[in-house]
Ligand binder design. Structure first.
Ligand code: B12
Length: 144
């Protein structure tokens, strides 16, 4: 059965190109994609993921305010009964010089994988195929 993915750009962020490309690539790879578009609230992510019983929630953020926008994100998902794989990607910090530090920040906030703005759709697809195929994820084997 095709894995289901909820995808959107969080907060007040209006950068649409990245998620449009991701949506097309994921759909072509056989995923059922619910693209919430830009300027999506935490509650909209949670509602969509709960309604569609998503296997993964993919958050995109380009404008540098991801940390603020994602505060409490996993609690919001939890309140809606959503316990699924979560990814975040894009330009996650302003003047991002050490991406590993950024990755640690978002991992600590609860995201399973954290991707930078050089991420190709194929990389995201590989990670999703791995995570959606196994109930116990082997995060040791991937860098994101
Ligand atoms: C086009 C653009 C705009 C357009 C957006 C038009 C639109 N509707 O999309 C406009 C002019 C409106 C704009 C506005 C702003 N922008 Co702008 N914008 C860009 C620009 C030039 C390109 C973005 C783009 O489309 N890239 C092409 C796509 C294909 O790549 P992508 O978005 O990175 O997505 C890929 C990956 O990142 C990854 N990915 C993305 N999300 C996710 C999520 C997951 C889970 C995964 C796995 C992967 C993934 O996969 C995608 C496909 O390969 C970038 C600079 C740049 N070169 O990136 C700045 C940039 C993103 N903008 C920036 C800024 C600051 C702004 C503004 C705040 C400027 C301002 N002061 O008004 C506003 C914000 C407005 C808002 N509310 O969002 C900064 C962000 C700085 C930061 N994060 O540190 C950047 C980096 C420019 C810069 N160097 O300063 N912008």
């Amino acid at each position: 059965m095709a894995a289901t993915v909820t995808l959107g750009v969080i907060g007040s962020d209006a950068h649409v190109v990245g998620i449009t490309i991701l949506e097309q690539a994921l759909s072509a790879a056989g995923f059922e994609v619910h693209n919430l578009g830009v300027q999506t609230s935490q509650e909209e992510f949670a509602e969509s993921a709960a309604t569609h019983d998503a296997d993964a929630v993919l958050v995109s953020s380009l404008y540098g305010h991801a940390e603020q926008d994602c505060r409490g994100f996993h609690e919001t998902l939890q309140e809606a009964g959503v316990d699924t794989v979560t990814y975040i990607g894009g330009n996650l910090a302003v003047g991002q010089s050490d991406f590993e530090e950024t990755r640690r920040t978002f991992r600590d906030m609860g995201f399973d994988r954290v991707f930078d703005s050089e991420t190709s759709p194929e990389e995201a697809i590989r990670a999703l195929e791995m995570d959606c195929a196994h109930s116990e994820r082997d995060t040791e084997r991937v860098t994101a």
